[in-house]
Design a protein around this ligand. Structure first.
Ligand code: HAM
Length: 433
């Protein structure tokens, strides 16, 4: 039986055209991170499952992780997220590093999920994290970086919003206002995290299983109805919630002109267990894209799992699939159908075939992106092919009065210039203008 030509379910083959887009997205990611002084890091594809069990949360472990026992009886997983690896790496070096530590990475991650729009099994995720920043300032830097990253594609606040909340507020709500024990709080966190994915009826039914007291229910409903910064500020005040750090971040965001990108959303609590402070998710305002483009937050205790002193971090992960959907839906992704090459060197005559390779070699040493046609082509095929492939120029070697000459054609302006084979530098000048 013939083998299946499709990639594994939920995974993608990246043909050159897809790869052009991917490289472009990655370049934008790298540029944005470098602009803020972040340095790249990477880690292994496999980690011990224990690393994720410690803090990532039950959904990731029970439903999404790809795990297996290796030949040495170690129970390992393909990384489903980068933050635990990052924490492990930072735990090794943070004592000798000056703070803050600013790192980024673009790992491929695997999660066993039902493939659908915005969800695949293997995705690439732009991770940016800062450790040991002054209180509240790391949050503002990370939010600024995300905003600037999306703006670098031409996006603005009519297209996306960063929905924020704070786990300290939610913890206070659960422990002090609703008087829930640890187990019920954990369950309620998961219910709130899923609030936007279920009907109101289902949500109420799930809440009823945890909260029976009517006054607690009314506080929770009041909380879930908070829909603006003004509303959460009043709620904080009325209920004496110690939320100075959150309020400082909001006023800092106002000062930094970030506020029109932010929204308060009580349902943002994040599905991963390690967050302890500010949490956020970025949502596309386009109706076709329901899933978060990115998610992140502050985590104070992640290094503790390695018996290290606490060192607070804050960061986000932004997926390539949701980013591409976002850019396409808003018309912000250019045309990647053509290859990125300047010049096509070609001949119609067999005797010049080696000269084609030689001239192409010379032009490459001068920095010109050049593709050589390795055997002669019929004249009427050359320009069609060059246009199809997306070259800006064609250099055709032809015989003129018994000696070779180069006919350089600009495919946009149709302008033609002639050169000798020795004039590689002049050819380059003509191409680059
Ligand atoms: P996360 O919310 O699980 O966070 O993922 C972040 C983003 O990765 C999502 O908003 C989405 O864009 C993308 N993503 C996640 N799963 C998939 C999938 N199956 N298919 C396509 N895209 C997906 C984290 O992973 C945290 N570790 C992020 C973080 C970094 N927090 C602090 N630093």
């Amino acid at each position: 039986m013939a083998l299946n030509k499709k990639p594994y379910r939920g995974c993608r083959d990246f043909y050159p055209e897809n790869m052009r887009i991917r490289e472009y997205l990655f370049d934008q990611m790298k540029n944005s991170a470098h602009l803020f002084g972040y340095e790249p890091y990477d880690g292994p594809l496999l980690e011990e499952v224990e690393l994720y069990k410690a803090k990532s949360g039950e959904e990731l472990i029970n439903d999404q992780i790809y795990s297996f026992t290796d030949r040495g009886e170690r129970f390992v997983a393909i990384r489903p997220e980068m933050t635990p690896t990052l924490a492990r790496m930072v735990a090794n070096i943070h004592r000798q590093e000056s703070k803050p530590i600013r790192w980024y990475s673009i790992p491929n991650l695997m999660r066993y999920e039902k493939p659908q729009r915005g969800r695949v099994r293997e995705h690439w995720q732009f991770n940016v994290d800062i450790f040991g920043a002054a209180e509240g300032k790391g949050e503002l830097e990370i939010l600024s970086l995300i905003r600037d990253f999306l703006k670098s594609f031409g996006a603005d606040h009519s297209m996306f919003s960063i929905r924020i909340n704070d786990r300290m507020i939610v913890d206070h709500l659960m422990n002090q206002l609703l008087k829930l024990d640890e187990d019920s709080s954990y369950k309620l966190y998961k219910i709130i995290d899923r609030a936007s994915k279920v009907t109101t009826e289902k949500l109420n039914q799930m809440i009823d299983e945890i909260i029976t007291d009517s006054s607690a229910k009314s506080i929770l409903n009041q909380y879930l109805g908070l829909d603006s910064f003004a509303a959460i500020k009043t709620f904080i005040k009325e209920n004496n919630i110690p939320a100075e750090s959150f309020l400082n971040i909001v006023s800092g965001a106002e000062e930094l002109e970030l506020l029109n990108y932010l929204e308060y959303d009580p349902a943002i609590v994040r599905g991963l267990d390690y967050y302890t402070g500010l949490v956020f998710e970025i949502f596309d305002k386009h109706p076709d894209n329901k899933r978060a483009i990115a998610g992140g937050g502050a985590y104070a205790n992640l290094l503790k799992i390695f018996n290290e002193e606490p060192l607070g971090g804050i960061g986000f992960g932004l997926g390539d699939v949701t980013l591409k959907d976002f850019l396409e839906s808003h018309g912000l992704l250019g045309d990647f159908s053509k290859k990125n090459c300047d010049l096509f060197v070609v001949t119609t005559e067999e005797e010049h075939e080696l000269s084609v390779i030689k001239l192409a070699n010379e032009l490459r040493t001068l920095g010109c992106k050049t593709e050589a046609q390795l055997e002669k082509l019929k004249f009427n095929k050359i320009f069609k092919l060059a246009e199809q492939k997306g070259f800006s120029h064609v250099a055709m070697i032809e015989s003129k009065d018994n000696s070779p000459q180069v006919q350089l054609r600009d495919l946009k302006t149709r302008e033609i210039q002639y050169f000798s084979l020795e004039q590689a530098k002049d050819i380059l000048k003509a191409i680059k203008g």
